[in-house]
Structure formats: C-alpha cells, structure tokens
Design a protein around this ligand. Sequence first.
Ligand code: PLP
Length: 414
Amino acid sequence: MNAVAPAITGFDAKALRGDFPALQQEVNGQPLIYLDNAATTQKPQAVIDALVNYYARDNSNVHRGAHALSDRATVAFENARNKVVQFINAGSSKEVLWTRGTTESINLVASSYARSVLKTGDRILVSAMEHHSNIVPWQLVAEACGAEVVPIPVSDAGELDIEAYKSLLDERVKLVAVGHVSNALGTVNPIKLIIDLAHSAGAKVLIDGAQGVPHFDVDVQALDCDFYAFSGHKMYGPTGTGVLYGKEALLEQMPPYHGGGEMIKTVSFEGTTFNDLPFKFEAGTPNIGGAVGLAAAVDYLQGLDRAALAAHERALMQYAHDKAAAFEGLKRIGCAKTIAGAFSFLLEGVHPADVGMLLDQQGIAVRTGDHCAQPIMKQFGIPGTVRASFALYNTFEDVDALFAGLEKAKTFLL
Ligand code: PLP
C-alpha cells in the first residue's frame, strides 16, 4: 500500500520555506532538500535581520557602559533573556543563564553543581541513548569525585526501560541526566515520569532539551526539572547560543563556573565576592548579538500556531514511517512508540556514509554516522545510521524526495 500524505490544516510549511533564505538554493544542481535539522536548523530572515540590526546599530558591551549604545545593547540582551524566561516558563530571569549551547550548559552543571555535591560512591544515572554531551561531562566529574556514571538500559525498540530505571534509583543516586528527545533515534522520553521518580528517590534531574525545545512547548515549572539545557541553533537561532535553566535555590547554592569580569561584585587579593544570579555564571563578555538573534527565533516560533506545527511534524514523521515500511531493504533504527524530529535507518548491506554521499549528490542533506551517541550504536551493533531529521519547513514532498533519492542510491550501491 502506498503511503498517502495527509492534509494538515492551519499550517503551511511550503509558505514558511520562503522565510528561510538558505533553503532557496540548489546543491549539486538540485533544489536543496534539507533534512539535517537535528544537527542545526536553518535560520529565518527575521533572525538574520536581528543579528544584522544589532551589529549595525546597537553593538556595544553590556552592563557596564555609560553611553547610549551600551544601554541599548544591555536592554536588548536582558529583554532577550526575559523572552526565554517566558518561552520556557521559568520562575524569573535569575533562572535563565546564557551559555554557548547544550554542551556548555551540561558542563556548567557538572563542574559546579555535581562537583560540589558528589562524594565517593555516589551515582549519576544517564540513559544509554544519550548524546556524548550528556555522558562525558558526568564521567569527568565522577572521576574527580570518586562517583560513578551508570547507564539506564534502553530496549531494542529504543525506549528507556522504566522498570530498570526504578530499580536503579536508590540512595546512591544524586543526579539523573536524560535527554528529552534522542537525537540518534528520535525517541521521546517520558521526562515528567523520569523527573517525578528521581525526586521521590531524592535525586536531582537535568534534562538535555537540545532536541526537545525545537519540537515541543516546554514548561520547566510544570515539569519540575532542576535543570533544563538547550541550544539556540537547533531552534532556528544563531550558533554559539544556548540556555541553562536552573531552579533558583540550586543556582544560589552552586559555586561559580568560570571566573572573570561580570560574575563578581568585588575583587581583592583578600577575597572576592560574587555577583547575583544570573550574572554569577556569566563571566566575560557574553554573546550579545547571539542572544538577540535567539530572541528573534523565539518570536518567530511564537508567531506560529505551535499546535498545528507539532501536528505537521507528527504527520511528516508518520508519513516517513509509512514509506519506510514499504521500502525494501530499509531497516528502522529505533522504533519507540513516540518519536520526534529524527528518523534513523539503514539500507541493508550498505554503509550509511555511502547513502549520505549519494543523497548529497541529489541535493538531499542528511546526517550519517554515530550522531555522537556511540554507546547506543554499540548496543545495536552498528557503526551508525542514516538520519533524516525534520523541521517546521519540511514538506511531504521532501519525504517523497528522500525516498526517491534512496531508490536511486540503491541502484548504484546494490
Ligand atoms: N544533546 C543532544 C541531544 C544533541 O542532539 C546535541 C547536538 O546534536 C547536543 C546535546 C549538543 O548540542 P550543542 O552542540 O549545541 O552544544
């Protein structure tokens, strides 16, 4: 049976493509089909304009100037923070820290929070499907503190084993670090359940939201997570921007992460006092233009019908799933009941890198490899996958083009 593209009302991905200049190009003589959104999304003109306007008009340093441009830059920078506060429903601007991305956000929590609380014999639980960014920082701090990083098992379908998780939750566990959505498999984890179970065992929780925020409305207060980390560039904002949400009481108790300007109140050789939140964790000149660009990305997303957007992305995923089921020789990697964003697969007998190269020749951009998730690839006994990942501007025609491209690739490779 042929897969039929459903009609989604209230969301016009084709029209929105026009907002993204990078999509209006040909690659290798073919119109670009961009399916590498889990790596980074393209940027709407509104984000590009916000960056250009900031650098063309307001560029200055923040929080310390005695002149108009510095005032303007400071207002734009702090307004951007407030926009993120509202976007994720944080309690206040004290709970939203600017970072370079998810990786730095997680390293901040590992170096500051975990390093200050972990003792010999303590445990950090991470799921076996995590991105390296949500494994290695914990390994570094565990080694320094005599603690242990323990993986939460994942089933062959790519779902977190909740019963195994429950049985791992004992008094040794001080922290649980789990991805909202797996970048390698697309699995959407039941994070509210994970958070509640961790809390009832006395552990704190960090959610790696790199692949969550681009696809879902996130309410950090409703989730009750202790930390939530995400990257601007995966949600239509600039590279080098990211956010760490942390509960105020925890951030207050945590020692500074980096030392330098901005994060201090007074400095003397007798002793230094630290700035209030959020500045205590923002040493040095921040990425001001990037924050302004990220705020423009939030505005862009909030200008859309988010429920219709989510329905569109779900329909794209279902359509790809149906096409994959009818495609001979294609094996899905990760078949969780709920998946979002990433669609991972292999063509039987073909190395994923070869598939990626042949798709690229047809103007189709996908990602191949281990997706910075080597432990889960090892569990599945594979070197990597081909990953198509969707964003708001992808259409059913893009999915058709992907499968037509795969048919063509097959004729070359098999
Ligand atoms: N976590 C997940 C789930 C990711 O997909 C990524 C990037 O692909 C990261 C963390 C790291 O994000 P960044 O490189 O923006 O810091």
